[in-house]
Ligand binder design. Structure first.
Ligand code: NAP
Length: 286
């Protein structure tokens, strides 16, 4: 069991050293489930706040997820990054490995596929020897009124923003338990409590995620597994068409959300900030 009052810092070195793309111990079945394991590297074990902490961050090749992955690696964490595109995963791993503090590995994972969610978590455990933190970040927003929302687009959003959190969390929980506790961060949204026209699918997914996160928190808190919903307002990322806007410096930056997570992870074990709302302090006046 982790020592009370300490942030997520691990002293073990399991998972250190290079491994091949597929280890000898893989069963054929597991190999089938696994999406391609891309680049991986070990940095120099540093003295960061999260030295030795193992994290999986879904959708971490850009935006909020990438900033979270980078913040953890910078502070000594060992992070499995992922997204749907192998080039983006390779580029992210190559860039983060340049930080040479923690360690980073990458795996392609479309979180809409439950088997891929499971394989992603297993790859992190196999690579780094356990799991301490899951950041359910992958998500997207497609906006249309109820009349105009195509059923396929509804389905994509619910599967990505909501169902995937269920599947990734179910895969992660036994491994968090095995470490004596851990943390699951679900990236929700202020749209999880403020509805707007055109938000039928996005509101539903994030509203559902908030409820799900609170229920998970109650299910898991006595096992030392903390579950938090981070609910940002506008963040200047590729979430919006056209990507980050140079003139939108009033918006939150991805690093701000990463800071929320690393700050929460520095709380003592006894404290569980279960829901955090964060918004731009000075949005344009309407
Ligand atoms: N930006 C905002 O204003 C804002 C506000 C509140 C909440 N959020 C939430 O923050 C989270 C991250 O959004 P962001 O703003 O950082 O968006 P982003 O810049 O578009 O990044 C999204 C990331 O998720 C990945 N992704 C998308 N669909 C995926 C899938 N099916 N499987 C695996 N990875 C997938 C993307 O990579 P690929 O496309 O290559 O797979 C990318 O790495 C989302 O849950 C979003 O709802 C954003």
């Amino acid at each position: 069991m982790r020592k009370r009052g300490k942030p997520f810092r691990r002293n073990d070195t399991s998972g250190a050293g290079n491994i091949s793309r597929a280890t000898q111990s893989d069963t054929p079945n597991r190999m089938e489930q696994r999406t391609e394991m891309t680049l991986k590297t070990e940095g120099t074990p540093g003295n960061g706040r999260f030295h030795g902490t193992v994290a999986v961050v879904t959708g971490s090749t850009r935006g909020i997820g990438r900033a979270v992955a980078e913040a953890l690696v910078r502070e000594g964490g060992r992070v499995m990054v992922s997204s749907r595109r192998s080039e983006a995963v390779d580029e992210t791993v190559a860039t983060l490995q340049g930080l040479s503090t923690g360690a980073v590995a990458g795996q392609v994972c479309d979180v809409r596929d439950p088997a891929a969610c499971h394989a992603l978590v297993e790859a992190a455990v196999e690579r780094f020897g356990g799991l301490d933190v899951l950041v359910n970040n992958a998500g997207l927003g497609r906006f249309a009124t109820i009349q105009e929302m195509e059923p396929e687009i509804w389905d994509v959003q619910i599967r990505t923003n909501l169902d995937a959190v269920f599947h990734c969390s179910r895969a992660a929980i036994p491994h968090l338990r095995a470490r004596g506790g851990g943390w699951i961060f679900n990236i929700g949204s202020l749209a999880g409590r403020n509805a707007f026209s055109g938000g039928v699918a996005y509101n539903a997914s994030k509203w559902g995620l908030l409820g799900m996160t609170e229920a998970m928190m109650l299910d898991l808190r006595h096992e030392g597994i903390r579950v938090s919903c981070i609910m940002p307002g506008s963040v200047n990322t590729h979430f919006f068409e056209g990507g980050p806007h140079p003139e939108h410096d009033w918006k939150l930056q991805s690093e701000d959300i990463a800071q929320v997570i690393t700050d929460l992870m520095s709380f003592p074990d006894r404290a569980l900030p279960s829901k955090v709302e964060i918004r731009p302090s000075r949005p344009p006046k309407r």
